[in-house]
Ligand binder design. Sequence first.
Ligand code: AMP
Length: 217
Amino acid sequence: MINLILLGLPGAGKGTASEQIVDKYHLAHISTGDMFREAMANKTPVGLEAKSYIDKGDLVPDEVTAKLVEERLGQDDVKNGFILDGFPRTTNQAELLDEITTRLNKQLTNVIAIDVKEETLIDRLSARFMCKNCGATYNKFSKKPKVEGTCDRCGGHEFYQREDDKPEVVKNRLEVNEKMNAPLKEYYDKKGLLATVNGEQAPEKVFADIDAILSKD
Ligand code: AMP
């Protein structure tokens, strides 16, 4: 059983790595960012509350996010293991997650941090675009759809740039997340769960390194 957290700043490659991990290990992929975007698109109460924070690049309050995660972790498809992508982002969230995994009896097995330099993150986020239909992510330079104008995952033809990937917001998002990144890594290092991979490498190499860690257990 693998119950994994992927740590990494926005643009580190958590989404791309998650897709590859899901293909091989069939884990439930739980991305709080994706869940918030879906909630905003559907204008649910959580979506409406989250929007004001997300548009500025700030974090949604911990209680709101933790509740969303607890509900999701309780669903049936999580029983064969999960990847948490984008949660926790603060040590307070990590403590809340400890309570949640204890309540649900789903202990963490691995925490993998994908490390990438800040300049690389800015370049990647500004070149990132998404499928309007399924949310698959692409990059203008390094990860174009196989057929131009058609989403590899769902065949959709409409793409957009995330509001919070625009330069005005990216700077704040990185600052907000960077502050918490080192303490979070330390939190899991102390528990003996943390491994780190070099996210500057090509996506296949990043996945190979992650795979080596996951297949050891
Ligand atoms: P992401 O797609 O992971 O970059 O998330 C997009 C936005 O959703 C973030 O900038 C936050 O505003 C919000 N968000 C996602 N995950 C969390 C979290 N764990 N805690 C607080 N806010 C979050």
